[in-house]
Design a protein around this ligand. Structure first.
Ligand code: SF4
Length: 244
């Protein structure tokens, strides 16, 4: 198609089961402006990575349409993740529209930090479900954890609340940092103020699977000495504070 925006893609997972409902193709966008200390995908950070794939919405959605039978049988679809999809807004919007023209359900997995002054409404209007990653509730600890100002993601959550788009909140639980009851209550209070009606809140246990990427990229360990989150403890917090 003429005059299509192009986008930078890190990779595609064709049969994802954890990023939204049903069986999903997960498209990982290249580029992120946050530096979350628990990030397991530091290889998606660089916004100008010459090694990544460049594609168009038409070509991408044609490729994803091969899995449509799996999507429709399982109630799944496509999830745009990253990196941060909001940093490529024109490409993302065109992909969302192309999915809808093809009858494919769309999820946006985001930390809610796009470009300055970005209008999120057109993207939210084409998104069937937002997986919104809430990193922290305290402004100072949010900055220490991500390197950014919490006001940026709150601008997105304001837009999300106004849009009425269904939301699943996701929050990574880190041992020794956010795995206690006081943290869970603080998260509840933060959501009550900023995003009062998520369909669900998923607690995700911090894991160590990305550590080797930091080593390979010559980066220091961002959370030295912090073990993986105990899955049973995380499940108990889920049950006690955010039952599914
Ligand atoms: S927003 Fe996601 S991709 Fe970006 S640094 Fe945080 S965890 Fe990593």
């Amino acid at each position: 198609m003429a005059n299509e925006p192009t986008g930078r893609i890190h990779s595609i997972e064709s049969m994802g089961l954890v990023d939204g409902p049903g069986i999903r193709a997960v498209v990982f966008f290249q580029g992120c402006s946050l530096r979350c200390r628990f990030c397991h995908n530091p290889d998606t950070w660089a916004c100008q990575d010459t090694g990544c794939e460049t594609t168009t919405p038409t070509a991408l959605v044609e490729r994803l349409s091969r899995y449509k039978a799996y999507f429709s049988r399982s109630g799944g679809g496509v999830t745009f993740s990253g990196g941060e999809p909001l940093l490529q807004p024109d490409f993302l919007l065109a992909c969302l529209k192309a999915c809808h023209r093809a009858g494919i359900h769309t999820c946006l997995d985001t930390a809610g930090v796009g470009l300055p002054e970005q209008d999120y409404q057109p993207i939210l209007a084409e998104t069937d479900l937002v997986l919104y990653d809430v990193k922290h509730w305290d402004p100072e600890r949010y900055r220490a954890l991500t390197g950014r100002d919490i006001a940026e993601t709150q601008r997105f959550s304001d837009a999300l609340r106004r849009s009425g788009t269904p939301v699943w909140v996701r929050h990574v639980v880190v041992p020794g940092h956010t795995d206690d009851e006081a943290s869970m209550k603080a998260l509840q209070a933060y959501l009550a103020e900023h995003l009062p009606r998520p369909e669900r809140v998923e607690l995700l246990p911090y894991h160590l699977l990305g550590k080797n990427k930091y080593t390979a990229m010559g980066l220091p360990d961002p959370l030295p000495g912090v073990p993986a989150m105990d899955k049973a403890r995380c499940a108990a917090l889920q049950e006690a504070f955010f039952p599914l």
